[in-house]
Each structure stands twice: as C-alpha cells, then as structure tokens.
Design a protein around this ligand. Sequence first.
Ligand code: B12
Length: 255
Amino acid sequence: MIDIDPSGILVRYNVKMEKEMTPEEAAEELYPKDSIIYPIAKAIFEGEEDDVVEGLEKAISSGKDPISLIDDALMVGMGVVTKLYDEGIIFLPNVMMSADAMLEGIEYVKQKAGRAPVVKGKVVCHVAEGDVHDIGKNIVAALLRANGYDVVDLGRDVPVDEVIAAVEKENPLMLTGTALMTTTMYAFKEVNDKLLEKGYKIPFACGGGAVNQDFVSQYELGVYGEEAADAPKIADFIREHGGNIVKLREKFHKH
Ligand code: B12
C-alpha cells in the first residue's frame, strides 16, 4: 500500500484560492489602481450610491470630463461586478444594487454635463419588449444627449406597438434598440417588419449583450453597434450622409 494523504492532492490550487477569497478581495484585485477612478469603481461594486456621487464629484473637480466618466469609471466598476457575477462569486441582489448605483452615477454626470446647446436631431431609444436590462440603453441615451441629440427615451420592456407609435409620432432620424436576453431580441425583427409595413425606412441601430452583427443584419433596417459610443457616431453619419442602411452597414459593420 502506498501511503497517500488525499487532502493534499484533491484540492486544485486555484479552486482553493477562489474559495478562500471573499468577494471583496476578488473585486479588490480587479479595480483599476488610478486614485480617482478606484473609489468610483469600488463604490459601484459596493452599491453605495452616495459614494459613487462623491467619487464622481471629486473626479469632475479634478478636471475630468463628466460624460467620459461613464466609460472610464462607472463602466469599469460595472465590469468588475459583471465578471464576478459571471464567475459565481457574487449574486443577483449584489448586481441589482450595483446597477442602481451605476444609474444614479449616470444621472449625476448627465446633470453635470448639462444639455448640449444645439439640438442635432431626434432619436427614439428603447429596450426590447420583455427585457428589463436598461443600463446599456441609458448609456446610449446619455451619450446621444451629450452629443446634442434630442432623445425620446421609451424606457425598458417596451411593447413593439409602442415603439412603432413613437416613431410615427416623433419622426426621429434614427431608432435604437437594446436587448440583453436571447428571448427578447426577436422583438427587433417585429419592430423592423411593422415599420416597413407602415413605410418607415429609418435606420434601426441595435445593440446589447444578446445581439451581434449577424443577427442585426438579418432584418432590413438593422445597423449593429457594439459600444454605446457608436450610437452618436451612427446618428452623426445619418445627418451627414443620409439614412441609407447599406452605407451605414459599410461604415459601421466589421467586414
Ligand atoms: C445587471 C444585470 C441584471 C440587472 C439589470 C438591471 C438594469 N436596470 O439593467 C437585474 C438584476 C435586474 C437583472 C435581471 C435579470 N437578468 Co440579468 N444581467 C445583468 C448582467 C450582470 C449585466 C448586464 C449589464 O447591465 N451589462 C452592462 C451594460 C452596459 O451592457 P449592455 O446593455 O450590453 O450595453 C453595452 C453594449 O451592448 C452597448 N449597447 C447597448 N445597447 C445599445 C444600442 C445601440 C444602438 C448601440 C450602438 C450600442 C448599445 O452599449 C453598452 C456599452 O458600451 C448580465 C450579465 C452579463 N454578462 O451581461 C445579466 C444577464 C443579461 N441577465 C440575465 C438574466 C437571465 C436575467 C433574469 C431573467 C434573471 C432572473 N432569473 O430573474 C432577469 C431579467 C428579467 C427580465 N425580464 O428582463 C442573462 C440573460 C441570458 C440570456 N442570454 O438571455 C444574463 C446574460 C446573465 C447570464 N449569464 O445568465 N439582470
């Protein structure tokens, strides 16, 4: 008989590490080291709305552009949350608190940035029917507003017919859609078909974790955007070159 002590071999080193690390310690390893960004990212992870706002306030008074803090600080914090959620280290209630803190942060920087003086055109934004994930859409709307667009924000879980009615009423230069669930993204195709039925050939910019370029290319009006920052770029292109979908896809899709 060989004398082996199983307790020494049955534990994989990294599994042991993960088990021993608290969520806070795991998050600590992922935060950026920058002394201005760090407290904001940490406050997002902890879901501490007041600390998020305090961190943003300091960053802005140190000269940071309010809107750039969405990508450079708030999104970084949400990235930590998403990673640890995906790894099973934190759970939905934590994510929910962080999401609320993130939205509070977005509201604050939007307020600080103020409204751009010249309105370039109208854009209708929505989250697909059945889908409550609105963080990405809120960033899209904030960036469009920051870039001078008048945004009609229909919110989340918006019924297809409500989207169509808003397009009829507002006559926007573009419609945006966000979907984070594979069960909700098909609403985009319905929106597309109903718009075409009624003769509206406006660009329908779509994004969100569930969709990709191949999916969005399957319906006639779809233009895919990977990053929220693509939304104002697409709108600017429409203003300059018109809303031809083929041209928009040439410009914004990866080939
Ligand atoms: C936060 C979160 C929540 C929060 C949402 C809070 C809120 N107000 O949004 C809460 C806790 C409420 C939640 C609930 C649920 N969630 Co959830 N959630 C997430 C999580 C962790 C992060 C999503 C997020 O906010 N990402 C950050 C934002 C910024 O990303 P984004 O929206 O994609 O936007 C970026 C780009 O896509 C782009 N973009 C977005 N839109 C557009 C539009 C245009 C035009 C352009 C150009 C760009 C663009 O811009 C942004 C960045 O630049 C994801 C996990 C993950 N890995 O994604 C799961 C996830 C999306 N959730 C999931 C699920 C299943 C649920 C629940 C059903 C859970 C449950 N059992 O109850 C419910 C949903 C109920 C419903 N009917 O919708 C699944 C979806 C699975 C699937 N494939 O369908 C995911 C993927 C988790 C998983 N791995 O299982 N969730």
